[in-house]
Design a protein around this ligand. Structure first.
Ligand SMILES: [Zn+2]
Length: 189
């Protein structure tokens, strides 16, 4: 077990034994993040790297859950995301809510072609086989395999969904990080 404070965040890693050897239980600012692949040192490095990235994108960016930031340096928006104290939440869901609030008062001809209108931003963990990832600027893609563990360019743990574009012309992984959200096409009755 190792415990350290890095840039104001408390990190605890507990290396697994027996059947869990090679995996490490990770706790960040008191929030359990589950059991991650790799030993204690590898996960400490990975978490420091992710914290550096969280600082780089900023607390109002919406990409990281509150536990990735130093206590006392942020506040929560009404939906529970971390944001700058007194600032606007940058989480895609909140950005969309503000956009919809604006759109509802805008002239109809401006909102009628809004591609984001039938999309919800939800946790990547809520995507299952058959769901459609719908980034406004990319071909819509259907999930063909349940999420699997992967690593990003820096070796940090991520999740990835194997998807195929609706027209069948492209397939590949859509990645998301801890607490990451993706645009999900609403089911149309
Ligand atoms: Zn928010």
């Amino acid at each position: 077990m190792k415990r350290e404070t890095y840039k104001g965040r408390t990190i605890k890693v507990v290396g697994g034994r027996g059947n869990n050897f090679g995996r490490t239980k990770v706790t960040l600012n008191g929030v359990e993040l589950g059991s991650w692949e790799g030993n204690e040192d590898a996960n400490l490095r990975s978490i420091r790297g992710t914290i550096d990235h969280a600082d780089e994108v900023g607390v109002s960016n919406g990409r990281y859950n509150p536990e990735w930031y130093a206590p006392g340096t942020f506040e929560l928006c009404t939906a529970g995301h971390a944001k700058e104290i007194g600032g606007e939440c940058g989480h895609p869901w909140c950005v969309e809510q503000r956009a919809e609030a604006t759109a509802s008062t805008a002239p109809a001809e401006i909102v009628k072609d809004d591609v984001a209108v039938d999309v919800d931003y939800v946790s990547g963990d809520n995507f299952h086989v058959g769901d459609v990832v719908a980034y406004p600027d990319r071909p819509r893609a259907r999930v063909v395999r349940e999420a699997e563990d992967g690593k990003d360019f820096f070796g940090r743990p991520i999740k990835r969904l194997y998807c195929r574009s609706l027209d069948g012309s492209h397939e590949g992984f859509v990645d998301y990080g801890a607490g990451g959200v993706l645009p999900k096409l609403r089911r149309v009755a």
